[in-house]
Write a protein that binds this ligand. Sequence first.
Ligand code: FEO
Length: 397
Amino acid sequence: MKPLEIAKDIYWVGAIDWNIRDFHGYSTYQGTTYNAFLIVDEKITLIDAVKEEFTNDMFSRISQVVDPSKIDIVISNHTEMDHSGGLPKVMHRLSKDTPLYCSNNGMKNLKAHFHQEWNFQPVKSGDELSLGKRTLSFLETRMLHWPDSMFTYLPSDKILFSSDAFGQHYASLERFDDEVGEMIMPHAAKYYANILLPFSQLVTKLVDQVTEMGLEIDMICPDHGILWRKDPGKIIQAYAEWAKQTPKKKAVVVYDTMWHSTEKMADAMVEAFKDLGIEARVMHIRSCHRSEIMTEVMDAGAVVVGSPTINNNMFPTVADFLTYMKGLKPKNKVGGAFGSYGWSGEAAKQVNAELEAIGFELPNDPLRVQYIPDGDSLQACYALGEQIGQTLLKKVE
Ligand code: FEO
C-alpha cells in the first residue's frame, strides 16, 4: 500500500476498493477508488479522506510519507461518507485545535454526520490558505453534487482537487489518464449520467466560471478513479458537452416483459428506428442495470419505455427505472410508452404519465396490445417507432 507522489511533495494517499459492485444503486462493475491527497509543506495538509473501512489503508500510505499525527491541516471538499467516513479517525489522531477547512455547508453537514465539535474553519469562494511555500484557494461548487461540495486549487502546481467532479468509478493500479487511455471516457460518462446529470445547468455555469477565472490547470485530481494530467481540458470539455444534453440521433428502448409480448413490441419499434437510420439500443431492465441504462439515455434523443401490466400496475422493475430516471432529470427527450396486457392494461398509461412528468415530448398516445401481438399489432408498434423517430429527426436535423 504505497503512496504515490503525483507532483513534488504532493501524494495520492487514497484507497482502492476493488470489490464494490453497487454504489448506492449505481453499478460499479470495476470497483472504485477513494482518492485522498497529502501536501507536505510547512503545514502538512490532508485533502479529503476515504470511506470509513479503508481508513487504515490511507493511514498506511500516509505513514510512509509522514507520521499521520503530524498533519497540521485537514480539508474536506465534500461531506458524503465515501470521503468523510475516515475523518473521525483522522481527527482523533490530531490535536483538538487542528483546523478542518470546508465550506459553510460542509461544516453544517459534517456536524450533522459526526456530531463532533472539531475546529471547523468554513471557507468561501476566493478564500486562500497558506501552507508555507504554497497557498491553496477554494471554490465553492454548491450542488455539484451536494450543498457542501467545493474545489481546492493549488496555483503553484496548477492542480485542481475537484472532489466528485470529473471522477469515475474505476479501480486500478494506474493513477493517471495517460496510463489507461481512452477506455476511461465511458466510465467518466457513466459517472456524469448517474451523478451529475440533474445538475447540468450548474455544470455549464461552473465550466464558464472556471474558464473566465483563467485557472491554469495541469492536473485535475478527482476523488474517484484516475487523475487527469495528460489533457485535463478534455474532461472539462466533455462535461461542457454532456451538460448541454444535446439530443443525438439515437433511441433507447427500455422494457420489461412477462411472456415476451412487450419484448416483441420493443423489437418491432427498433426496426422502425433502424429503417430511419437512427442508432437504437434495446435494454431489458432485468438484464441491464439502471445505471447502465441511464448512461445510454444521457445522449439519446428518444427514449421509449415498455411495461406489461401486472395487478393493475406497471411492472415493479419499470417503476424502479422510471423513479431513478426521474430523479436524474434528463432533458430534450422524445418518448413514448407501450406494453402488453391481459384484461385491465393500466401500465402503458402509467408509464406515459411518468414520462410526461419528466418533461418528455410525447408525440403519440401510449400503445397497448392485449396478450400476444399479431401482425397488425406489430405494425402498430413499428408505426409508433416511426413517428417517434421522425419527431426526433426533425429535432436533430
Ligand atoms: Fe464520492 Fe458524493 O461522493
